[in-house]
Structures are given as structure tokens and as C-alpha cells.
Design a protein around this ligand. Sequence first.
Ligand code: FEO
Length: 407
Amino acid sequence: MKVLKIADGIHMLTMNVEDILFEGIWEIVNGVTLNSYIVQGEKTAIIDGVIGWDGIPETLYKNLAEIGVEPKNIDYLIVNHMEPDHSGWISNFRKIKEDFTVICTDKAAKMVASFYGEDKIRVVKEGDTLDLGNGKVLSFHPVPNVHWPDTMYTYERNSKTLFSCDMFGTFGRMGEHYFDDELTPEEIEFFEFEGIRYYSNVMATFTPSVKKAVEKAKSLEINTIAPGHGPVYRKNPQKIIDEYSRYSRYAEGAGKNEVTILWGSMYGMTAKALDYAENILQREGVKYNKLQMPLESDSEMVATVFKSAGIIIAAPTYEYRLFPPVAAALDELGRKKIKGKAAFRFGSYGWSGGAEKELSEIIERNKMGWDFIESVEFEGAPRKEDLIKIETRVLELIKKMKEKVVE
Ligand code: FEO
């Protein structure tokens, strides 16, 4: 865990977490940071807590001591969001201190009570304030469904710091650099992909709410954005606001100028057609990513499809339906409400078809509204006429996806 100064009387405590499944689902190969913030006026508040995961309050208490904060002197625990990656240490803290107040929204209050048995709670609503003394005034701004219904921003008026919790967060461990102005070009690129991974895995389902939260952030005068995960933005907070706007458009069908191929093949017939399609993409100079299912993690699959403007599904019929690992991937994309992508499917069948029917069912059931070019299905191995059709339709896909490119 590290302690860093954000402004006079405001510090960040941050720790890297590795080798976990985030939310018990997402394999995050590059880890994630949990950030917590201390605001010191005459009274002291801690915003979110970072020790829920390792269960070692001593780590937190040692770091608090470094900045002259005695845990017993913390007056307020501000729970921007009840998910235990931010709040999991409350019970440990209660063991050493009786008289602190939890500050949170009404929706969080219910869960703080049911998860941790807390009842000394002050419920806040839009615009409520807490004066900590010495010029430190916090105001509270609910941003529901970012990512749970209970979430809020906390804003410190004097330093114009926005504590945004999950909003404006990214996956990815931090090494030596914690602020946007310290990041090397490689780290900027790293956090851009980890931001896309985080948004697509955790936030995409809530895109309409994220868009409202972007607008709410724009209504505040912000010098610094201090999120619950990832770097702090003090040089150019507008950059992460703009990136979140772009990600929300990716969830609605826009994407980078690239194709993602989601594929599987039982005995190489669909793979033969895929080789052909890849040659066309190469010939046309189109960047593409190739994900063989079920070998890719859901985290990587969702992030890569999410950021692409064009999708090729290369998958055969399997037992009257769509090749199951590809069907499962599409269902996951549907749950994440990744909509409106330009897409094209081709694939082989043997004694019967059925893949197309299930593909339509998945797209309909999840209201994905993907914009499909007519599919190409072939019995057994692809023939020359099948490959010619695939070429024509890959070219159509490239044209269609260009209309959706947002870099
Ligand atoms: Fe960082 Fe929704 O938890």
C-alpha cells in the first residue's frame, strides 16, 4: 500500500490487488488498484476503504500513521459505493472505534445495514454538504447505477477534487506512477486498454447511467479526479471524462477502426473459410483481433469485442445450434448490453443447420440490435462460390464498420 498527497489535507491510500477474479468473474491479468482517500479538516473523513480484500486493517492503520492520522480520530466513513471492494473493511474498523458515522445514499444505507449490521448512518442526497473545518467542505452527488444503485460522487469544494469511486476508474496495477502527468507513453497506452477492459467488464451494462454521470461531472468545476481504481487525473481530468464518453459510445455500437473475429471450428471447415477471410482483411489493410473460443477469458473477449467497430463471427452449427463457446460469448456480450455492432457470420454445417436460428435468438433476446450483413453458411467444406460470397460480405462489413469508427 502507498500513501500519496493529492492536495493539502487530502491523501490517497492505494494498493494493487493481483490474482483475483474481480466480482468473482473477471480474470484481470494486469491486476487492479483499490484507492481510498483521507480528507483532513478539523474533523477527518475517509472516503472508501481499500483493505476489504486482504482483510488486514493493520496495513491501512500503518499507512494512516504515516500521514499523522490516528484511526481512532476518524470521524466519518464516506461510502461512495457499498460494493465490498470499497467498503469491506467497515466491520474491522468498528472493532477499534465506536463513535464514527457512515455517510452514504439511502440505497447504500440499506446495504451497509444488511452487509455489516451498521446503524449509525447519515443518509445524504444531491447537494448535501459536510463541513470538516479548516476550509474542507465535502458535497455529495448521487450517480445511481454507476455501478450499483447506491453510488455517489463526493466532491471537495476547496481543492475542487472529485472522488468518483467506480466512475472514471480503470483496471491495471500501478507501479511507480500514480498521477496522469507522471505516466509514460507506454503507461498511457496500458491504462487505455485497462480502462476499456474495466468499462466493458464492469460498467457497460450501466451505460445510460454512466452518460448521466459524465454530465454530472461536467457540471462541477474539477481540478482533480480521484477515482476508486487506477490513476488520479490532476493535469487533464477532462481526458478521462472524454474517454468515458467514448466508451459509452462503444457500448452503443461505435468502436475503433478494427475488426474482432470471434471464432471456433470443430474439424477445420469453418477455419478454412476464416483463413480466406483473414487474407481479405490483410489485403484491405484492416486491423483485426482473433479470439478463438473457448480459449479466451471472458474479460479479454468482452473488452476486445467492445472496442471494435466490426465483428466477424466464424462458427459452425453444433448439434442443431450455434457452436456453444461462441454462443456463450455472444450471450455474455448481450448481458453486458454491448449493442449495435456491425457484424457478419459464416460457418459450416453437417447433417443440419441451426446456428443461424440460435444466433438470431441471442441477438433478439438480449436486444443487442447488431447490424448484420447476410450470413454465409456452407455444407461441409467451403466451396469456391462460398468463398466468393464471404469476400463480398467481408468487404461490405468493412464499409459498414467505417461508419461506426470513433477513435
Ligand atoms: Fe469498485 Fe462497483 O466496485
